[in-house]
Design a protein around this ligand. Structure first.
Ligand SMILES: [Fe+2]
Ligand SMILES: [Fe+2]
Length: 173
């Protein structure tokens, strides 16, 4: 399916929030819980990477990073909502992913814009890999699966955007 990657926060209506997974076997429920914890914590990390990469300069790069941060906040909301819909709570260890995002974001910012872009590519390629694994190994309900597919497409879009900017510094300097 082709997604419009310009939509960084798709519309969501109250009626779309539902109780999910009541009919799942305990095994399926456990795998969905583990998968949602992974996705939620990774998206917390991604949000913080971009948030901490943004400098106070008014630059096209900072605008692009802000759009990516907003998109990652949407992903975090997607999986936080899915956790509660399934009757789960966020991982107690999520603060450690917040810290990792902070360190990667701030560390790359101190090393300059090229390192910022390279870190973005590295983090997003890992995310695409994780999404691929979780899509094939877990039996999701159809609607949750659609979120994974759309959000993975966003991550592929992020990799492509940072690669393009790395090759064309005149677009953001
Ligand atoms: Fe994301
Ligand atoms: Fe991303």
């Amino acid at each position: 399916m082709a997604y419009d990657l310009d939509v960084i926060r798709p519309e969501m209506r109250a009626g779309q929030v539902r109780v999910r997974g009541g009919e799942f076997s305990p095994q399926r429920r456990a795998s969905v819980k583990k998968g949602l914890h992974t996705l939620h914590t990774l998206e917390i990390m991604a949000t913080n990477v971009y948030k901490c990469q943004i400098t106070s300069k008014r630059s096209p790069l900072n605008t692009q990073l802000t759009a990516a941060m907003c998109n990652e906040m949407t992903h975090t909301q997607d999986f936080q909502t899915k956790l509660y819909e399934h009757g789960f709570k966020p991982s107690k260890l999520r603060w450690s992913y917040w810290m990792v995002g902070y360190v990667f974001g701030l560390g790359s910012r101190l090393l300059g814009p090229r390192r910022v872009l390279k870190t973005g590519i590295w983090v997003e390629e890992k995310a695409v890999h994780h999404y691929g694994q979780l899509l094939t190994t877990i039996e999701w309900d159809d609607e949750t699966r659609e979120y994974l597919e759309k959000d993975r497409a966003d991550e592929v879009g992020h990799v492509e955007r940072w690669r393009r900017l790395l090759e064309h510094p005149e677009e953001w300097r």
